[in-house]
Every structure is written in C-alpha cells, then in structure tokens.
Design a protein around this ligand. Structure first.
Ligand code: GRF
Length: 219
C-alpha cells in the first residue's frame, strides 16, 4: 500500500470540518491521515474531537507570541516535526504570514463559507444574506498571501431561502463543506490537483492496472 498523506489540521473552533475529514479517513476512503491538530485556542471543540479520535494535539496561543511571524514560526516547527505533507485550515481564525506560506508552498488548503470571490473574510454567510443573493455556498481553495483569494479547487452551491437567517443558511452551507473538503483532500492525496496560475486542473483518476484476463469473462 502506498504511503498515506500526512495532514496537519489548524482549527480555532468547533471542528465539524475536522470531524468530517477524520471520518472519511477512518472509513478508508481517503489515502490520508490526520497526524496533528493544532489550535490557538485551548478550549476549541476541535481539540476535543481530535483527542477522542486518538490524534495528537497541540495548543499554540497567539497571545504568547506578540509578533505574528514568531507565532507562525512556532506552528511551522510543530507541523514540520510531525512530518506534515498538507496543511488543512478548518475554521482557523488567524491570518498566516509569509513565514508560514513559504514553509508549505502550494501545500495549504482552506475552506470558506461563500462562493468566492464573493464575500471573503469573516461573517461571509451574514454578508451573503444582507446582500440578498439567491445562491450561496462554500469554496475549498489553496492559500495564497491574500484573504481567501487563492486558486479554487471545489465549490458547492446551496439556495438561499426567504426565511433564512444566519443560522439556517450557515447550517445548509456547512453540510456541503463536510462533503467537499474531504473530496478536495482526496484529490490532492491522489496527486490529481495541478495548479496553473489561478486555475486548479483536476486530472482523471488513474485506472487500476489490468491484473488478469479470463475467458470467458468473469465478474
Ligand atoms: C466553517 O464555516 C468554515 O467554512 C469557516 O469556519 C467554519 C468552521 O466550522 N472557515 P467548524 O469549526 O469546522 O465546525
């Protein structure tokens, strides 16, 4: 069996996306495993989920590192020590500096609860409701130095209903997040994502090599 992709997940909150990724890895549908969950918040639900799944956790509090670059350097060291191949941002509420981006070039993914490039930054679902859009959604993208501006990997759309509030719309979007984030990681793990400028091309799955031929054919 080929080596599994080692994932380092950064999360500040509840961790439902982390859970979706853990579950898909456990179901053996993902050629990947979460080896470290890192948070800047000691009370993050994501840490509880990771511990329950037997995954190593670490808290690096940004308040202990007044310089952003020093905070990023501490995280990079932890991720490199864990031999992480791909960094997965799952509700991580800090902006990364070049120190971090340069340590993992084209190896950082993020999920955002809007159809980018609409509504980058915080409170995306609220902004979509206030704007009056009829279709909302979520985006998995590679991370670049901008805010939610890197090359797009997968998007999923949901309708905005007349009686939606921020909670109901966020819940509908989150269901799609849990579907497309593991999917994007799977494509990466299979070596099928190719970044060409702003575009992410997705190559076809490789067909398994023909093992044997039988005549007459067998099922
Ligand atoms: C998600 O809506 C994600 O798109 C955004 O933060 C939220 C995290 O939710 N970046 P959870 O912690 O994965 O439940």
């Amino acid at each position: 069996m080929s080596k599994k992709l080692r994932l380092g997940v950064l999360a500040s909150g509840n961790g439902s996306n982390l859970q979706a990724i853990i579950d898909r890895c456990r179901e053996c549908e993902l050629p990947a495993e979460v080896v470290l969950v890192l948070s800047n918040k000691s009370q993050a639900g994501a840490l509880t989920r990771a511990r329950k799944a037997g995954i190593a956790t670490m808290v690096i509090d940004h308040r202990d590192h007044p310089e952003r670059a020093a905070f990023d350097h501490a995280m990079v060291t932890a991720l490199q020590n864990a031999e992480v191949d791909l960094v997965v941002l799952a509700g991580f509420m800090r902006i990364l500096t070049p120190v971090f981006l340069e340590a993992f070039p084209q190896r950082i993914m993020n999920i955002h609860p809007a159809l980018l490039p609409a509504f980058p930054g915080i409170n995306a679902q609220r902004k979509a409701l206030e704007y009056g859009v009829k279709i909302a959604g979520c985006t998995v993208h590679f991370v670049d130095p901008g805010v939610d501006s890197g090359p797009i990997i997968i998007q999923a759309a949901v309708p905005v209903l007349d009686d939606d509030d921020e909670t109901t719309l966020s819940r509908r979007i989150l269901e799609q997040e849990h579907r497309i984030y593991p999917e994007a990681i799977q494509l990466y793990a299979e070596g099928r994502l190719h970044i060409e400028g702003r575009h992410v091309r997705i190559s076809r799955p490789q067909k398994p090599a023909l093992q044997a031929l039988s005549n007459p054919p067998t099922a």
